[in-house]
Design a protein around this ligand. Sequence first.
Ligand SMILES: NC(=O)c1ccc[n+]([C@@H]2O[C@H](COP(=O)([O-])OP(=O)(O)OC[C@H]3O[C@@H](n4cnc5c(N)ncnc54)[C@H](OP(=O)(O)O)[C@@H]3O)[C@@H](O)[C@H]2O)c1
Length: 330
Amino acid sequence: MQYRTLPNTDLKVSAIAFGCMSTVANPTYPGAEEQQVMDTIHAAIDAGITLIDTAPMYGNGESERLLGLAIKDRRDKMIIADKASGPTLSKTEILADCETSLKLLQTDVIDLYQIHWPRRQVPIHETIEALDTLKKQGKIRFTGVCNYGPLDLGDWLPLVDCCCTDQVVYNMLMRAAEYELIPLCQEKNVGLLCYSPMAQGLLTGRFASADEVPVGRARTRHFASTRPEARHGEAGCENETFTAIAQFKAFCEARNLNMAHASLAWLLHQPTITSVLAGASRPEQATANALAADIQFSDAEIEELNRITQPVKEQLGPSLDVWSSEARTR
Ligand SMILES: NC(=O)c1ccc[n+]([C@@H]2O[C@H](COP(=O)([O-])OP(=O)(O)OC[C@H]3O[C@@H](n4cnc5c(N)ncnc54)[C@H](OP(=O)(O)O)[C@@H]3O)[C@@H](O)[C@H]2O)c1
């Protein structure tokens, strides 16, 4: 495992992190039995993973509860990234939500507390004041944001002392961050935490066509808006997506590489990446994913992977929202 410094802190975090979303039932995943979740988190930790990401939204607190239970005896070795997920991001709401999260996690402090989605329900100053209060109270150590595109991040950064990370969707089939966000993060020393690094399983090669993808995962802008739960109203790019996946599969087969590993490793070769949040619902997935940090690609191989996925990048454009219409770009 490689370890990288969380920008503007002295914290070292594993380059492959564990994301808890797929451990509990939610609109994307069916969830797993409690013992399986414990075993999966323990497998991730045993494989050298130190950073674990969760959110109140994942199973309405259930993911935080299970994580708290799983790491009770090793809390001091772990770095917890949690989120303020509420609908308004008002000060009262954030202070109360943080209290609930701390109880569920069975801890006194959250290491990295992130705003889950940019919302403009209350003045941005009020949200920042809530984070400052929590820091002064010792309930959170460092702060970050999620899903902030260049516009929201540009408004946020001048108002805060420090924003360690922006957590956004980034994988070979969703490269929107490359247009403007990565250059901005590089310039401002904000680390990128990549979510859905395997495109929720698409990049593992387990689905040969769009029709095989479970309904909850076929909601992204890769898929046609005629798919049952899609809400983006776009035509999608199913052909480009599955052509890229087939070419990526051939690339991996020629090198005897596991596709999940290769998709995670491609991200670790990109600039400003602090850590890649790999989801897993079974121990063997968590163990296997941790090995991705050992793969080294040549410049020519990275170029080849970029070429394979370029048509999907062009279709999806610079919007960082993978579920909603491009018109709502941030
Ligand atoms: N901030 C945000 O708004 C946001 C949004 C989404 C995600 N996230 C974070 O990012 C984390 C990961 O994202 P994600 O779950 O959307 O996508 P992901 O990590 O790309 O996909 C995870 C899923 O891929 C499959 N998988 C994982 N490893 C595998 C392997 N080695 N071989 C074959 N299949 C494998 C599993 O599916 P099965 O369970 O079906 O086996 C797993 O649940 C989340 O847990 C969460 O922490 C944040």
